[in-house]
Design a protein around this ligand. Structure first.
Ligand SMILES: [Zn+2]
Ligand SMILES: [Zn+2]
Length: 384
């Protein structure tokens, strides 16, 4: 089968790989009908995630048709079209039982902090991902969710990560009616978080980024105020100024460690990898939020310490929340939001590429060429 393969930093290609096989009675094999390249895949692509092995296949955002099931799979059947959440979750551990599917204690033998994630290095379990014609889905009674009849596959594939992560970012921000919500980052997740903030009762939504085309998009899509942080001077001061010097009630960090940082963070984080990237966005978030406010982190940070103003966080009485999204927990209500028209995920898709051109997809998305917001990959067997 055709699959994306990692060859080393900034080198990926489409290759022929053996078909995945059922290895456990709870496995299923899915014929992929859509998969996405995600912003967090760029951390892998750039070689910044520990234990990313040459030969592995990325892709944690995919939907497909079930073509084979193990003997213990009862919740889905061959022929079902399913949304496959990016989390690999066992469904029966202490955390899964509480709906914390992103924190499964069983699925990832390689780490204790994070559950397994499809196609996201051996640090996240070592499962091959869905940027391929077929994928093996473990714990197939738990994650895969049948796509409701009539739902566009382009909408469905964004329910694997982007929509739930944007939604959970807004949920974790603890938005109260009328709150001012500030979102750092106008990538797919930041865009979705800005949109979802309204569903939680926000009174005002502000987004900061440095790509004008993304700011233009989110301004119309969320809709919201959107500013280029390279053009407004000190972003923290700017936010204070436009919020009666109080700061935003809730701040969402949808950037993570690969933000363009200040000089010190760029050197210690991005160049020497001493602190697994730059924490500029988080720094701004802590300083731009109102005293007593909430900072919600969904941007991806590395495992080591980042230079963050933790003293300010303490002195301001902040609540800081962050987590991997528990996709399965959120799917019922998000499917409802999509079907009712309150959310229109597929509008963020800007590029559709045949899987053979996966290397171009990574290059385009990574360099933000051609006004790219969200690229999706179409396997050769998919005609529409
Ligand atoms: Zn993703
Ligand atoms: Zn579990």
């Amino acid at each position: 089968m055709l699959a994306m393969e990692y060859r080393g930093p900034k080198r990926v290609r489409a290759v022929q790989k053996p078909m995945p096989e059922i290895k456990h009675p709870e496995d299923a094999i899915v014929r992929v009908t859509r998969s996405c390249i995600c912003g967090s895949d760029l951390h892998l692509y750039n070689g910044n995630v520990p234990d990313t092995r040459v030969g592995s296949t990325f892709g944690h955002e995919f939907v497909g048709e079930v073509v084979e099931i193990g003997s213990d799979v009862t919740n889905i059947k061959v022929g079902d079209n399913v949304i496959v959440p990016f989390n690999v979750a066992c469904g029966r551990c202490y955390f899964c039982k509480q709906g914390m599917f992103g924190n499964c204690h069983q699925s990832n033998s390689m780490a204790t902090a994070v559950g397994a994630i499809f196609g996201y290095s051996h640090t996240a379990g070592g499962f091959d991902g869905g940027q391929a014609e077929y994928a093996r889905v473990p714990y197939a009674n738990v994650g895969p969710t049948v796509i409701p009849p009539g739902m566009d596959l382009d909408d469905a594939v964004l329910l694997t990560d982007v929509v739930p992560t944007g939604y959970q970012a807004a949920e974790m921000a603890g938005i109260q009616k009328g709150d001012t919500v500030l979102v750092f980052g106008a990538g797919p997740v930041g865009i979705m978080a800005a949109r979802c903030a309204w569903l939680f009762g926000a009174g005002r939504v502000i987004v900061l980024d440095k790509e004008d085309y993304r700011l233009e998009f989110v301004r119309n899509y969320a809709p919201c105020e959107a500013y280029n942080f390279e053009e407004i001077g000190d972003p923290v001061l700017f936010i204070k100024k436009i919020t009666d010097w109080l700061g935003a009630d809730c701040v969402i960090d949808a950037v993570g460690a690969e933000a363009a940082g200040n000089a010190l963070q760029t050197i210690t984080g991005r160049k020497t990898l001493l602190q697994a990237g730059s924490a500029t966005a988080l720094h701004w978030a802590i300083n731009a939020v109102k005293k007593g406010g909430v900072v919600s982190i969904v941007g991806v940070y590395g495992p080591t310490d980042n230079l963050v103003p933790i003293g300010n966080a303490m002195n301001k009485g902040l609540t800081i929340r962050g987590n991997q999204t528990s996709v399965k927990r959120l799917l019922p209500r998000l499917i409802d939001h999509v079907q009712s028209g309150r959310l229109n995920p597929k509008a963020i898709i800007t590029h559709r590429l045949p899987m053979e051109e996966v290397a171009d997809g990574y290059r385009l998305f990574s360099a933000k060429l051609d006004n790219c917001i969200k690229p999706i990959l179409l396997p050769p067997t998919v005609t529409r």
